[in-house]
Design a protein. Structure first.
Lengths: 116, 116, 116
């Protein structure tokens, strides 16, 4: 058993479907390893976390992945520029001050980077 | 002479032209170094490997690059979801069970990541 | 205070706005750290550096970021394939023979990779 730390970066709304499929495939393909997965959304991609959005179709998949340990993160700079208040964000999402700072720090901690 | 390991990730069909140009330029620009290059395709990008596809125009370039040591990889999850059987894939391509697992493992082995 | 090295890669013209916002947010969010930031443009993205382009709206932001230490780099392979002479490039931009070689070497020197 090996330990892997993986950061997925998303900044385009239309990439969520493939990103969530990637995360699911990674969990399935490394079930015998110790996996730390974090999904960092910035730019327009944070709209996916909006509780009021119709497009928000894979909430169940996000909840399932979150229960398996996947961390979902939103960039607060992006939320602010889109006028999205934290109260409107799916509760399982963690808000960080800056998405790019999170991406830099995680990679410095040994996370590998994947951009679907 | 230094040794470099480079992983190119592609998940969009329309990025193949720039990806193959990137790989060619990398080989030309580091001809005095020891280079290990791997191209991992997942999502819709694996359709490029389809022997029956008309769009498949740069087969000669892929063969040339492969002869220079470039490894081309297809994600089997993607092939299955697109109904593409392994027999329809260009023979020089190596099929792995999961593209994202391949990307994570290679980076953990010291490959740097580039997403054209 | 920690030291971080960050490489931003851009190969699509329409990503410049989000890239420059990312760089600005990174500088603002890590003002107490020692940051080395390099932006490497290849493919069509190098057209943004063209002095004659109307689209080139954020020159002031680039100059501001450059004064804060951000290094802007253009791939000469891309310039040549687009027929863009070096004299037409914004003077603060550094031209390297190959963008992908730059990306590989910087990552090998410890730069983390972000592709907006």
């Amino acid at each position: 058993m090996s330990e892997y730390k993986v950061l997925f970066h998303i900044d385009e709304l239309n990439k969520w479907k493939i990103l969530l499929a990637n995360v699911s495939n990674l969990l399935a393909g490394m079930e015998h390893d110790e996996l730390h997965i974090e999904v960092v959304a910035n730019g327009e991609a944070v709209q996916y976390y909006d509780l009021n959005q119709e497009l928000y179709a894979n909430k169940n998949l996000m909840i399932t992945l979150h229960k398996k340990g996947v961390k979902f993160v939103a960039c607060n700079n992006a939320l602010k520029s889109l006028g999205l208040e934290k109260e409107r964000i799916i509760p399982l999402v963690e808000v960080v001050p800056s998405g790019v700072v999170e991406i830099v720090k995680r990679q410095s901690e040994g996370f590998v980077y994947i951009k679907p």
